[in-house]
Design a protein around this ligand. Structure first.
Ligand SMILES: [Zn+2]
Length: 877
């Protein structure tokens, strides 16, 4: 397009030879160009994940002595995730020794000072560059190729020095499925030249866009949670090297410029001063490099370092310098900015490349200081005295061991009590899981296991000031993520020591397998393992029942919800199936030869209900929130092992919905508009004919606006009693405003919504008498985001199966504004209402949030799998 050319920001570089990205680079032709391998040059096209992969493979074969290519994971859609190590021939030859050296430095407990200083003198700096965790942040992947090529093809002394003093690890595509989704979309919409308009279809992705992976996870939130195979593989790879610097390369809006560290407040309190000054030091070198090219940039204004699930924060808790880079995105080959200029794809590729060259120079120049800082970080972390204990008898053992597994997988040492031990003056029985922060990964332990990683007081005061003025608060993500709270675990914790014999944790203990029975088996409904047993048993066509009420057999009480599997209703090989399921899930399966109960129901009671394998539909596409939708699908399919059918919202009004027993509306925007009046009527009819409709978070707003859930959202509580009656008159009574406080009250909006909550963990008490609360241990934690607080259902309208705790007991993790804390207390968290032969369930917090709210899995399984047993649906079986 002719009109664009004069506005091209990167025009100076257009049409020049390869060295255009670094004028003095002088690239050697023995290393293949991108064009020779995939057919286009750097920045000319948006390389697909397959092309990124093909090029790093070509580089690895062209320079085998200076590279090592490692595949570290496979995406859900089967794409390889690989990193390419680039260094001097001598360094690559001793790469395993270098890795071993970093392992030694990472554990100073076994390192004397002369060995440590020898390592600091001789080890190169490992710099790990991760690109494109968000698949539609495109320029990063191609910039990775430019860097790899320059490192291998340029004889320039600067690049040579980097190879001698650094191990450069390049991961060009952390999220190949998301990038493939973007590139496919882009190619589908391309014409004869790029369309830079902000509304051009090629630059406007359809739901769910390429940011996320196959299950629509934002993998830049998954680093500590490790729910996705891409993250799991990456963490394992990083722990082999302990890089000194980890850079996560992103893109942001087209109108912005370039962002690199130092980061914005709030900082996580476990990030050290020497890390902050390290970021300043390297940041200044990047800035100098940008100034050389005249590229605009900014630092410190956004992108905080509080939440531990980012690619910049998680490595920092292991002692790395963690950085985020953000380039303005062309979101295509050309993007119009609001000032009339056009940003090209190549502009982005170039800046991303320059930023990483600056990083490498900054690291190499400060190699010894950074190695010393890393050593000091690991040494001082081990001085922490915090201890944590998880007793199995006070917790869900399956979740305790799941936590132990997650911590171990991210480089944390976890122990098990070999006998009864004491911590914090409490006895912990043998088998309890124990974690001491006194280890080199101690700071990671603290931020993952403490209830809160507090923000600085001064920062919070500034946010209160902003709130009072109605300004947006400067918080970028959720504020509560404590693992015990996510899993709903009771933790014993203090500064102290573990007294008694311990072993290191070796994995979840093997489950005792069920014996033969002539009548039935029982699965006590009391843990996540039993919930997973139910879903997997249904998938294998096991016929089973759930007892609404508890009962006692042979002096053991079987809680509400306990599963009953009868011999005569099942296939001949049922014992084998149950043994497999018990081993796979860890559920307790107990043989019984009698239906006689000493107390409570017998197996033939009407309180004992058949649980059938439900057909589950999940609303898909606009207006659902893609993260919430994907996470729900992931929890049911990949964590509980049961298939889900995604159904486009626009198809929910079709007759085929009758083929489903359960419909989940995930968190989302305006369902009312999306479904229209007729769609809503159709949905109500489906429910009244026996369907179980489950609305999550934003979908509760929709249900509450229909007849389906008779609750209303609340406005903010306003303290000042300004009279509404005066609104009709043109004038109001005169008032005196005497001070700043009164002035602030006077300008407070009367009908405002409550303040938005960025994301905190709130405790809720569960009604022990309702089938939906069975197996939940009385209290659960929800992740609450947004501003939708509801009025509790009246007794004749439905049941508030879970309600948030009192203001004093409410917060289970994170920071909550005082007004929110007061208003959310005692408000409903889970509501149920019978509608005709079916039912509507409203979940105010998202039980699948980021796939890591595993303390809510029993509740989810109650709603989705046991729920249909409590409708009067006529099953078509
Ligand atoms: Zn991003």
């Amino acid at each position: 397009m002719k009109r664009i050319i004069p506005f091209l920001i990167g025009i100076f570089w257009l049409g020049l030879a390869q060295a255009e990205f670094w004028p003095e680079a002088a690239l050697n032709e023995s290393v293949p160009s991108l064009e020779a391998v995939v057919g286009h040059d750097h920045g000319e096209k948006i390389s697909s994940p397959a092309q990124l992969d093909a090029y790093i493979r070509a580089l690895a074969s062209a320079a085998p002595d200076r590279t090592r290519l490692v595949q570290y994971a496979t995406s859900w859609e089967g794409r390889p995730l690989s990193y390419l190590v680039i260094s001097s021939e001598a360094n690559i030859a001793r790469l395993d020794t270098i890795k071993a050296g970093m392992q030694q430095l990472a554990d100073p407990r076994n390192l004397d000072s002369s060995a440590a200083s020898l390592l600091v003198r001789t080890l190169p700096a490992v710099v790990w560059l991760s690109y494109g965790v968000h698949g539609n942040e495109i320029s990063s992947g191609d910039a990775a190729l430019v860097l790899a090529r320059h490192l291998l093809a340029s004889g320039n002394p600067m690049f040579q020095r980097i190879l001698e003093d650094a191990i450069v690890v390049i991961d060009p595509a952390q999220n190949p499925d998301g990038r493939a989704r973007f590139v496919h979309h882009y190619e589908q919409h391309q014409g004869i030249e790029p369309a830079p308009s902000s509304i051009a279809a090629e630059r406007r992705e359809a739901w769910p866009n390429g940011r996320t992976n196959h299950y629509l996870f934002d993998m830049n939130r998954d680093w500590f949670a490790l729910t996705q195979p891409e993250t799991q593989g990456r963490i394992a790879a990083l722990l082999e090297y302990y890089p000194l610097v980890h850079v996560d390369v992103h893109e942001m809006s087209t109108d912005s410029t370039y962002y690199f560290p130092p980061a914005a407040m709030p900082f996580n309190p476990h990030i050290t001063d020497s890390q902050k000054s390290g970021l300043d030091t390297v940041g200044k070198v990047i800035a100098n490099t940008f100034d050389r090219f005249g590229f605009d940039y900014f630092t410190r204004e956004v992108f905080d370092a509080l939440y531990p699930g980012y690619g910049d924060s998680w490595p920092a808790f292991h002692g790395s310098l963690g950085m985020t880079f953000e380039m303005a995105s062309a979101r295509g080959l050309a993007g119009a900015r609001s000032d009339g200029t056009v940003l090209t794809y190549k502009d982005g590729v170039h800046r991303q490349f320059v930023a990483t060259v600056g990083t490498l120079n900054g690291t190499v120049e400060n190699r010894r200081a950074l190695l010393n800082n890393f050593l000091e970080f690991r040494r001082t972390a081990a001085e922490d005295r915090r201890v944590y204990g998880f007793a199995l008898d006070r917790n869900d053992p399956a979740l305790v061991h799941q936590l132990a597994g997650k911590l171990t997988a991210q480089g944390v040492e976890v122990s098990v009590a070999a006998e009864q031990v004491r911590i914090c003056n409490e006895a912990m029985p043998a088998g309890s899981v124990l974690v001491a922060a006194a280890q080199p990964a101690g700071r990671l332990v603290r931020t993952l296991l403490d209830e809160e990683s507090p923000m600085a007081e001064a920062f919070l005061e500034e946010q209160e000031r902003r709130r009072a003025k109605g300004l947006e608060v400067e918080l970028y993500d959720i504020l509560g993520w404590s693992f015990p709270a996510l899993y709903g675990l009771e933790v014993t914790s203090c500064d102290g020591t573990i007294r008694g014999a311990i072993d290191s944790w070796q994995g979840t203990p093997a489950q005792t397998l069920p014996n033969e029975s002539s009548l039935a088996w029982l699965v006590p409904w009391d843990s996540r393992a039993s919930a997973e047993f139910l879903t997997k048993a249904l998938r294998r066509d096991v016929v089973l029942h759930t007892s609404t009420n508890s009962f006692t057999q042979a002096n053991r009480e079987y809680p509400d919800g306990t599963l009953i599997i009868k011999v005569r209703e099942n296939r001949e090989d049922i014992l084998e199936t149950l043994q497999t399921l018990a081993a796979e899930t860890g559920a307790e399966v107990i043989a019984t030869n009698s239906s006689w109960s000493d107390k409570g129901s017998n197996f033939g009671s009407s309180n004992v209900r058949r649980v059938r394998p439900p057909k589950i539909a999940l609303a898909w596409d606009e207006p659902t929130n893609s993260n919430s939708t994907g996470a729900m699908r992931h929890v049911i399919e990949r964590q509980l092992g049961y298939p889900v059918t995604p159904v486009r919202t626009s198809d929910l009004g079709r007759p085929a919905l009758d083929g489903f027993d359960v419909l989940i509306l995930p968190n989302g925007g305006n369902y009312g508009d999306a479904l229209g009046e007729s769609g809503t009527e159709r949905l109500e009819r489906w429910v009244s004919e026996g369907g179980t409709l489950i609305g999550v978070a934003g979908a509760v707003r929709y249900l509450s606006a229909t007849d389906m859930l008779p609750t209303k959202r609340e406005r903010a509580v306003v303290e000042t009693a300004e009279s509404d009656e005066q609104e009709d008159s043109a004038m109001i009574e005169g008032t005196i405003i005497a001070d700043q406080d009164q002035y602030e009250s006077a300008i407070e909006p009367l009908k405002a919504a409550p303040d938005r909550i960025p994301g905190v963990l709130m405790r809720a008490a569960v009604d022990p008498d309702h089938w939906l609360g069975a197996g939940t241990r009385g209290t659960v934690n929800f992740m609450v985001t947004g501003r939708d607080v509801y009025d509790p259902l009246d007794l004749d309208e439905g049941t508030n199966v879970a309600r948030f705790e009192s203001a004093d007991e409410l917060l289970a993790g994170g920071h909550l504004w005082e007004e929110n804390r007061q208003q959310w207390a005692f408000k409903p968290a889970v509501m149920v209402r019978s509608v005709g032969r079916g039912q509507v369930i409203g979940l105010v917090g998202d039980p699948a949030f980021r796939g890591y709210m595993n303390g809510l899995d029993v509740l989810t399984v109650n709603a989705v799998f046991r729920g249909p047993a409590y409708t009067n649906r006529s099953f078509a079986y």
